[in-house]
Design a protein around this ligand. Structure first.
Ligand code: SF4
Length: 364
């Protein structure tokens, strides 16, 4: 199955759905960690196709959504420094921080530029040697290797006005924190495909071993998700808990060694704050000592002030899987993709945006 259309074939989907219905006897709650999976599940109405025994909950796997307001406020404070250019992926623009957003400060003359890659950001730095270019490092393990590579390129080319504000997050420690909190009981985890393409499937083994929760790494097409759910159901019904891969075309158990080496050369784990989950040890990344001259937080003196959350927004609870967008009083009323109150409505991978666009929980 090489082509996307083959992963959307309805007759194959029907076969998998029938198999899931036949197989699933035990009531279970499965979480899809990744926002990309959430979108596929809502877009193709997968929740409604499953047997009544299966409850699906969304997890914290949207990098924009889990970025804490304290970090967003730092990015906004940096944008206020004269001769600073903020380079960012577009999905960060509308995310509201405590007092403003990058979009609003840009409208007030801050130099905030949308880039499509770190190469773009590096070129802006090379072309503007009298200004400082700060790239907003948002994302999970998937995006870190290219950002690490940009640091090495800047070093090699002698570009001294390029900086990173590292807000990266590592997924396995956050899952452990979520499970340790005991707030949400899970019977299976759909592990993120893109993250696993980098880190492999081994880092998820503690979930099966220590918590007895079946895990399957999934791709992003509807058939990928259905196959993954089928494999999770099979583990539950057979009384097993192990890590399997339903995304062999993208993921190897050992991951991408070259990318991991690059990450490790430039970054080291550190404490990070996740929206909704709080501070999680070793779930963030900071530049290693040899590369600290690229660290925007060390290079610039900023005081963003104390962060606060938008009133009435329950993004934090949604990201922990304990509430759904339908539980939010603002959903579809004061908060819409056009006028988002919280990050889960801004990001294309956010649960609120997926619920709004594809129906479930929208009451008009
Ligand atoms: S609907 Fe809006 S306000 Fe409510 S949780 Fe989602 S993003 Fe926050």
């Amino acid at each position: 199955m090489k082509f996307i259309t083959e992963f959307r074939r309805s007759e194959l989907a029907e076969g998998l759905i029938s198999q899931i219905h036949r197989q699933s006897k035990t009531p279970v709650r499965f979480m899809e960690f990744c926002g990309g999976h959430t979108v596929t599940i809502f877009r193709y109405g997968i929740r409604q196709l499953l047997s009544k025994t299966i409850e699906m909950v969304s997890g914290p796997g949207c990098p924009v959504c889990v970025t804490a307001n304290a970090d967003l406020d730092k990015a906004i404070a940096l944008s206020q420094i004269p001769e600073v250019i903020i380079a960012t992926f577009g999905d960060m623009l509308k995310v509201p921080g405590s007092h403003s957003s990058l979009q609003k400060v840009r409208a007030n003359d801050a130099d905030v530029r949308v880039v499509y890659s770190t190469t773009n950001a590096l070129e802006i730095a090379a072309e503007n040697p009298t200004e400082s270019v700060i790239f907003l490092g948002i994302g999970f393990e998937t995006t870190v290797p290219t950002i690490a590579a940009s640091i090495l390129q800047a070093e090699e080319r002698g570009i001294k006005n390029y900086y990173i504000l590292s807000m990266h997050k590592l997924c396995p420690p956050a899952i452990r924190a979520l499970l340790d909190s005991g707030e949400v009981k899970l019977d299976g985890l759909i592990c993120p495909g893109h993250v696993s393409a980098i880190i492999g499937s081994h880092p998820w083994e503690f979930i099966a071993r220590d918590y007895g929760i079946p895990c399957v790494v999934s791709g992003f097409e509807p058939l990928d998700i259905l196959q993954c759910i089928d494999m999770l159901v099979a583990q539950v019904e057979n009384g097993e808990s192990k890590v399997e891969i339903a995304y062999r075309r993208g993921v190897r158990p050992e991951g991408n060694q070259q990318a991991l080496k690059l990450m490790e050369q430039v970054f080291e784990p550190c404490l990070a704050e996740w929206r909704g989950i709080g501070e999680v040890p070793d779930s963030g990344l900071r530049l290693r000592k040899e590369y600290q001259h690229f660290d925007a937080e060390l290079a610039f003196d900023i005081d963003p002030g104390p962060p606060y959350e938008p009133k009435g927004c329950i993004c934090g609870d949604i990201l922990r899987g304990v509430k759904t967008p339908a539980d939010c009083k603002l959903f579809g009323k004061a908060c819409t993709p056009e006028y988002p109150v919280g990050p889960c409505m801004v990001s294309s991978e956010g649960s609120c945006s997926a619920h709004y666009l594809y129906g479930e929980g929208f009451e008009g």
